[in-house]
Structure formats: structure tokens, C-alpha cells
Design a protein around this ligand. Structure first.
Ligand code: MOS
Length: 649
């Protein structure tokens, strides 16, 4: 796949194509593979040595020494001198394990080459880059590659790009000139889809006598797959959340012979906040300050390391409102059950907000029905619903009159789904297309003998309803209008791309989590009793799908705090728990009702809809709030995730 050597355990060395699955499996079992062993590194861990030893490892790579993929060091002021002079200090090392997306639907591809064109059906978050990737890899003209992915059963980053199943299916189909299907088994998904690398995060927090942060240090070391220079920006939260006179955040990686490490749900922030917001709890404790007040006392008035103003900032608002809704001030450790310890924790949620160039096409027919086409995907997030709602609201028509067609490379290129940017980016393109449709209709109206002059605000006020267009208090039949222009349908495009507001302002979505846990005194079993999450992410496009995204993210946070760990056989680099029975993720019984509340504050520097990213925000900080509650209950601070009961005991 990527040269002659075997790069990692589970790396595909051959593909057997047969008429039936049984034949293919039997034939694959007949293949004998002889392997020459070489020494490899598969894990990055501190083990018995100190963080300093890891930090001075001769093979450690800096962002500059890699071909992209890692954020450069960031600083504000002089961290070292602020740290030396701090009155209170927290100097801790947190570990997070390898993790995997574990999307419900495994990766699979059908490729069909007819001698001229290659048609691919695949499970993907982003279509445009998949066409490009396949065309480059297979040395085909991109116009001869069609990619379709209209419905996806979860992705979480693991389907941002194409993987072995797609490349192998295409190679076989090109060779055989017939359709070939490659389905990754559940166990193969664990080794042949990207996973999230482990992290070692060294966090130093220095405070003055009044408990104000003066020094924030965040150094993290992660693995990166050989030849694939990606590592998460685990320090992003340390650069963004709180102000301090001295801040320094650095990322380093060690190359490993492991499957590709790439984006997994909220790359950087998910595991960065898990460690950082736990360390902030430790900082509040050494200062003897309530962790809510500690956070509120250290709010930044501009982005702490870039110095840019925030497009909008509502972290303090989320913390205050969350505390109110949860009853933080009234929390009581007296619970109903004997032999259960009770604890409370909170954490800030911060996630970068992005806008990605997107286009959409709108087609209006003579009956007034609308079809939207864009290569945007729906990975279970509700894209079909949201885009129909945006068009219906913009045009003044019923949602039932809008048909949304997604996930085909023949349609205009969009952001796709990833980085919490999908709904805002593609939604803005749809909104722009609606605006252009009204403009075209008004142009037709003024050209037709139907109507004389239009007011300046005609485009904004124009509404479509029941086969008619209403402008300036007059209404006209769309059928007559299109007929007069000799058109069966009217087709327009809309587009959006990031402008100056994304260069000149730091943009984030904000939130806060409040958690109550109980811990069994005898078994150390942790039960999450209740969670309140308050989110400030601009306009909420659909409160049901948005709340589902946030709650899903919080469940991931719960999982990262208490459950998930992709365990490694350090001799050969094999993941040992490669199925959903042994790779523990929460089930219904583990998850309490999550009280999710939105503070709706449109931010038009984010995009024309005023919305901000929400998909990944819920996961950020949720795990730390749970970890902080476990500490509050037990007095045991576990700095190696997940917090399993053996560690508490
Ligand atoms: Mo996301 S991890 O950018 O799908």
C-alpha cells in the first residue's frame, strides 16, 4: 500500500477476490506470508522514566522537522520566569491511551470500473478529497472517478479520507473490469482505520497569592505513524481558555510503526481538555478556591496566545448559567445510599470554530418545488434535515417542498462533514443559493412584462409560497414566470468561503459541564448520576439535532474518563481489544439524562447563518468534569485515563 515493507500489525499484504465471501476467506487462509522481523517502536510512554527523559528523546520530532501536520509552538510572555515566581504551583503529567472512533458502520467500498469510468460507493465524511485521493493514488483523471456516499453510519474522523478498503476495491476493479466489494470486518476496522494516538501531557500551572494564573505550561508528546505526520494539537485548550502572563505550549511526536493516526472526534481538544481541565481543578484546589470561581477569575479578554480578539466569547456565561441550572452552590455530599461517596465536578468546554469553502446548487421547478444538490454528507448529524430547513426558512416555503440530495461527487463541492464545520459551512452555501435564486427570479420578473419596477429590498423580502412568488406586496405565478422565460426549471448556485473575519478574530464555541457522581465505597464503581451542559455556539440551526450532537459528545467524554482504552501488545504493536465487546464504550445504563441547554447568541463573524461548530464541543471538557467529580468523591486523583476501578482502589 505504501511501499514494500510492512508498516504495522494488521497491514494488508494481499487481497483475494472471489465470487463468494466463503471462497475469498478460504483463499486468503491459503496464503502463506514470510516476514523478516525488524525492530520497531509501537508505543510512546513515560513508563519508569521521567517526562524529561521522554522530552529529550533523540528521535523526538518538532513541528518544524515534520512535513506539516503538527501545530507550531505557541507562547505568551515568559513562561519560565512566571513559573519560577509563582506562589502556588501544579506540576503534573497526564496520560491518555490510544482510542478509536468505533463508528457503528464498518468501512466498506464497492468499486465498479467499466473500462472508462470508475464509480465508487463508500462510507465517507468528505467527497471532494476522496475523488482527489483516489485519482492521485490510482493515477486516473479525476473526471473519470465518481464517488458516492449518500448515507453514512457514523465517522467521527475515521471516514474523513479513503482507506485500504477503497484503494484495494478500486485496484481489483480496475484489473478485473467488474464491480468489487471490500468490507472491513469489525476487527479490521480497529487496525485499518485511523485511530487516536496516546498522549503524555506535562502541565504546569503557576498562580499568584490571589489564585490568578500567571503561568500555563503545556508540553505534550504523542506518537505519529511513520510517513504520516499527523498529531493532535492537544495544547490548543491551554492556548485558548485562560489568560496568564506566561504561557508556553509545545507539541512533539515520536514516529511509530502503527496504523495511521489521524483525526478522531475533536482532535486535540478532546484529550487536551481531558487532561488540562483536570489540572485546572488541581490548581483551584492548591489555591483553596472553588473551581468555578477559579475559572471565572481567569477569563481572557482576548485570545491568550495569538492576541486576536474573539469573534464572540461566552465561556463565563456558560459557567455561570450551568452553575445556576445544576445547583453548584447548593451541592451536598449527603446522598440517599449508604456506602456511596458523592462528588461534584465541572469543566470548561472550548472548541475551535471553522468555516470551510462550500458550494450548493438549487433547482426550482414550475410547481415551486426545490431540489438542493451538494456533495455534503450526512454522517448521522442531520444534514438532510438542516439544509432543507435553511432553504425553507430563507425562501418562505414548507420543508416538504424541499428535496435534499447529498453525497455525490457529481454535485457541487462542499465542506463535507468534519471539524464541526459541516452544518455552518454547507448551510451558508445553501442560504447563499437561496438568495441567488430570489435574485434570478426578480431579474426574470423585471424582464417579463408581468411587473414594472422592484424596490431595493425586493430580494430580501421576496418569499415563495404555493407555486407563487411574493414581492413588494404583489404575487406572481412561478409557472407563468418560468414559462415566459421558456424555462422548465431555474438552477442557481451559492457559495461561501472564509474571509477576513476568520483571519482577524479568534473563533471558538463555548460551553461548560457540571457533573455529579457516586462511587461505591467497596468496589469503586463510578456511577455518573447527572450532567448539566450549557453550550454557546451561535445560532442553533436545529435544537433537536444540535442537542443530540452535544449529548453524544458528552457520552464520549464519559467514555474517555471511565471506559475507553485501545490496548496494545507492545511486542508486535497489535491492538488486543479489537471489537465492541472488549473495547469498552458506554451503554445506555452508564449514561444518565443529560440536561443540555443552549445560550443562543448568533455570531455573524463565524458565517452568514451566525452558527458555530457544535458537533465536537460536547466531548471537550466532559471527561474532565467527570474525573474532577470522581476526585471530589474519593480524594484520589487519577492522572492516567481511563479511571477504572482498579486505579481508584
Ligand atoms: Mo472530525 S474528527 O474532524 O470528523
Amino acid at each position: 500500500m505504501q511501499g514494500r515493507g510492512i508498516r504495522y500489525h494488521g497491514y494488508p499484504v494481499a487481497l483475494v477476490v472471489a465470487e463468494t465471501l466463503e471462497q475469498a476467506r478460504h483463499a486468503a487462509n491459503c496464503i502463506r506470508v514470510d516476514i523478516d522481523e525488524t525492530d520497531v517502536r509501537v508505543a510512546v510512554s513515560v513508563g519508569d522514566s521521567s517526562f524529561d527523559e521522554l522530552w529529550t528523546h533523540p528521535e523526538l520530532q518538532t513541528p518544524e522537522s515534520l512535513d506539516g501536520g503538527l501545530e507550531p509552538d505557541a507562547a505568551n510572555g515568559d513562561f519560565e520566569s512566571q513559573w519560577q515566581h509563582a506562589v502556588h504551583q501544579v506540576d503534573v503529567c497526564y496520560h491518555t491511551p490510544n482510542q478509536v472512533s468505533a463508528a457503528m458502520e464498518p468501512h466498506a467500498t464497492i468499486a465498479s470500473y467499466d473500462g472508462d469510468k470508475l464509480t465508487v460507493y463508500c462510507s465517507l465524511q468528505v467527497i471532494g478529497s476522496a475523488v482527489e485521493g483516489l485519482a492521485n493514488t490510482l493515477k486516473l483523471d479525476p473526471s473519470k472517478v465518481e464517488v458516492n456516499s449518500p448515507y453514512i453510519g457514523g465517522g467521527f474522523g475515521s471516514k474523513l479520507g479513503i482507506h485500504n478498503d477503497a484503494v484495494l476495491a478500486c485496484l481489483a476493479s480496475l484489473m478485473l473490469k467488474q464491480p468489487v466489494r471490500v468490507v472491513q470486518t469489525r476487527r479490521n476496522v480497529f487496525s485499518n482505520a485511523p485511530h487516536r494516538g496516546s498522549s503524555v501531557q506535562h502541565i504546569r500551572l503557576g498562580m499568584d497569592a490571589a489564585g490568578r494564573l500567571v503561568a500555563i505550561g503545556h508540553d505534550s508528546v504523542m506518537p505519529a505513524a511513520h510517513g504520516y505526520p499527523f498529531a493532535e494539537a492537544t495544547g490548543a485548550c491551554a492556548r485558548t481558555t485562560y489568560s496568564a502572563a506566561g504561557i508556553r505550549s509545545r507539541h512533539r511526536v515520536l514516529p511509530v510503526n502503527m496504523p495511521v493516526l489521524d483525526s478522531t472526534r475533536a482532535p486535540g481538544d478532546a484529550i487536551g481538555t481531558l487532561a488540562f481541565e483536570s489540572a485546572i481543578d488541581e490548581a483551584a484546589l492548591v489555591c483553596g478556591i472553588d473551581p468555578l470561581d477559579f475559572r471565572l477569575n481567569n477569563m481572557p479578554d482576548k485570545h491568550p496566545t495569538s492576541g486576536l480578539p474573539f469573534s464572540s466569547h461566552d465561556l463565563a456565561g456558560c459557567l455561570r448559567e450551568g452553575a445556576e441550572r445544576f445547583g453548584w452552590a447548593q451541592r451536598s455530599k449527603v446522598g440517599p445510599e449508604a456506602r456511596k461517596l458523592r462528588g461534584f465536578g465541572l469543566a470548561s468546554a472550548v472548541r475551535i470554530n471553522m468555516l470551510v469553502k462550500s458550494a450548493a446548487e438549487l433547482e426550482l421547478d414550475r410547481t415551486g418545488a426545490i431540489v438542493i444538490r451538494t456533495d455534503m454528507t450526512d454522517i448521522g448529524t442531520g444534514s438532510y434535515t438542516i439544509l432543507a430547513q435553511i432553504a425553507a426558512a430563507e425562501l418562505g416555503i414548507a420543508v416538504e417542498d424541499v428535496t435534499v440530495k447529498l453525497g455525490r461527487s457529481a454535485f457541487p463541492t462542499s465542506s463535507g462533514s468534519g471539524g464541526s464545520f459541516g452544518a455552518g459551512s454547507t448551510g451558508s452555501a445553501v442560504q447563499a443559493a437561496c438568495h441567488n435564486l430570489k435574485r434570478e427570479l426578480i431579474k426574470l420578473l423585471s424582464e417579463a412584462p408581468l411587473c414594472s419596477s422592484m424596490s431595493k429590498g425586493a430580494i430580501d423580502s421576496a418569499q415563495l409560497s404555493k407555486g407563487r412568488i411574493l414581492v413588494d406586496n404583489e404575487d406572481f405565478s412561478l409557472q407563468a414566470l418560468l414559462e415566459s422565460a421558456d424555462l422548465d426549471t431555474l438552477c442557481v448556485k451559492g457559495q461561501v468561503e472564509p474571509g477576513e473575519d476568520h483571519d482577524n478574530y479568534a473563533q471558538s464555541s463555548w460551553g461548560a459541564h457540571f457533573v455529579e457522581v457516586s462511587v461505591d465505597q467497596d468496589t469503586a464503581e463510578v456511577t455518573v448520576e447527572r450532567i448539566t451542559t450549557v453550550v454557546s455556539a451561535g445560532t442553533i440551526l436545529n435544537s433537536k439535532t444540535a442537542a443530540s450532537q452535544v449529548k453524544g459528545g458528552v457520552v464520549w467524554g464519559l467514555s474517555y474518563a471511565l471506559r475507553e482504552s485501545l490496548m496494545l501488545d507492545e511486542r508486535y504493536g497489535a491492538f488486543m481489544n479489537r471489537d465492541l465487546a472488549e473495547y469498552h464504550i458506554p451503554v445506555n445504563r452508564d449514561v444518565p439524562d443529560i440536561d443540555c441547554h443552549f445560550r443562543i447568541q448568533p455570531d455573524f463573524r463565524s458565517n452568514p447563518l451566525g452558527s458555530k461548530g457544535i458537533g465536537e464541543l460536547g466531548i471537550c471538557g466532559a471527561g474532565a468534569a467527570i474525573a474532577n467529580a470522581v476526585f471530589d468523591a474519593t480524594g484520589v486523583r487519577i492522572r492516567s485515563f481511563p479511571i477504572t476501578l482498579d486505579k481508584i482502589l
